[in-house]
Ligand binder design. Structure first.
Ligand SMILES: *Cc1c(COP(=O)(O)O)cnc(C)c1O
Length: 369
């Protein structure tokens, strides 16, 4: 199996997001190995297309992205007290800060490094995940400003829980809380370079949450974060990943043949089965057993029986002319009639984010465009 990544699509998606950002800076979010597309090639392409920031969740991954040659502004927001803050400061990585311990630890590392750290203070506006609770906000801002010898408080930020449901009351409440937090911090003396709140869904639904910078991830890869409201195509986005494999063998079987573990599929006529050498160890969701579509030659087929660790079976029909070695497309842009990652998400009853980022790191990524 291999994943073909169309960097031309990343470029055009980034341009589309810049247009929608309407003057706000764009942070290209490349966490989770660029949502499975490869962090470094995608970051570099997005930068070339005008994204001035790169965002990665895990600090270890941010350090690797920096070592691999991504310059410019780079931000990370997930780490533990054991994290190498000295390396982060040395590598000029902006740090999201969601706790008072982190402020102290980062300030200490900055003093040792003899260089100020760049911090973005995060307010928990209602998601209940990372971020400073509102009742602790003003004292934490004061604490950060008091560490001015070691910390540059360059950003104020938060994250929306329900941006994909634009009329969910929490969206309004979180936006209001964010505006309050920014105002309170600025009143206390903070001078932020960037105030940022919007992910892909907030940007694409015109939530009015753009502020100084937007942080799209999924949309940059050409996938819709709001599939019930608008498809990628309707959003003028092009899916960048095509996942393809080949038939390992083809054989004829009689009617009534059970297929794969548990024999959950049974042929209703004499037919041809094709075996594909990709399974859940490669990131093909087992939950898509008997459901997910694939394209073999010019034909749309369906997985027959359970997805195994390293293989799955497709019923190619009684008149199949397919042969071992023929290409099988699991998903792609949809432009040539193939299924999309969104089709797989629906077949596996999950979100498209999980479909692309679970494709194993060992699967070769081939870059085109
Ligand atoms: C992942 C992430 C994003 C990007 O989210 P998308 O829905 O992929 O656009 C933005 N901000 C934060 C804090 C994130 O963790």
């Amino acid at each position: 199996m291999r994943a073909v990544i169309d960097l031309g699509a990343i470029r055009s998606n980034t341009a589309e997001l810049l247009r929608r950002a309407d003057g706000a800076a764009v942070m290209a979010v490349v966490k989770a190995r660029g949502y499975g597309h490869g962090a470094v090639p995608c970051a570099r392409t997005a930068q070339q297309a005008g994204a001035t920031w790169v965002g990665v969740a895990q600090l270890d991954e941010a350090l690797q992205v920096r070592r691999d040659g991504i310059g410019g502004r780079l931000m990370s927001w997930i780490y533990t007290p054991q994290a190498p803050f000295d390396q982060a400061i040395e590598a000029d990585i902006d740090l999201g800060v969601s706790s008072r311990w982190a402020l102290e630890a980062i300030a200490q590392a900055a003093r040792q490094a003899g260089r100020k750290a760049r911090a973005h203070l995060k307010i928990d506006t209602g998601m209940g995940r990372a971020g400073i609770p509102p009742r602790e906000w003003t004292e934490t801002v004061d604490q950060a400003l008091g560490l001015g010898d070691a910390i540059d408080l360059v950003g104020c930020w938060s994250h929306l829980a329900c941006a994909d449901v634009p009329d969910h009351p929490s969206v309004r409440a979180q936006k209001d809380m964010f505006a309050w937090a920014v105002g309170a911090a600025e009143l206390a003396g903070a001078r932020f370079e960037v105030r940022h709140l919007a992910n892909s869904a907030a940007l694409l639904t015109d939530a009015g949450a753009n502020w100084d910078m937007v942080r799209p991830g999924l949309a940059m890869y050409g996938l819709s974060p709001i599939p019930d409201l608008a498809s990628a195509r309707e959003l003028n986005l092009r899916p960048a990943m095509r996942l393809e494999s080949a038939l390992a063998l083809v054989k004829h079987v009689e009617a009534g043949q059970g297929v794969s573990y548990g024999l959950t599929y049974r042929t209703d006529r004499a037919t041809t089965l094709g075996v594909v050498g990709a399974g859940y160890s490669d990131g093909v969701p087992r939950h898509a057993s008997n459901r997910a579509p694939v394209q073999v030659g010019a034909h749309r087929r369906r997985i027959a029986g359970r997805v195994c660790m390293d293989q799955f079976v497709v019923d190619l029909g009684p008149h199949a002319a397919d042969a071992a070695g023929d290409k099988v497309v699991l998903f792609g842009s949809g432009d040539d009639g193939e299924p999309t990652a969104q089709d797989w998400a629906e077949a596996a009853e999950t979100i498209v984010y999980e479909v692309v980022c679970r494709i194993g790191a060992h699967i070769p990524r081939v870059y085109v465009g």
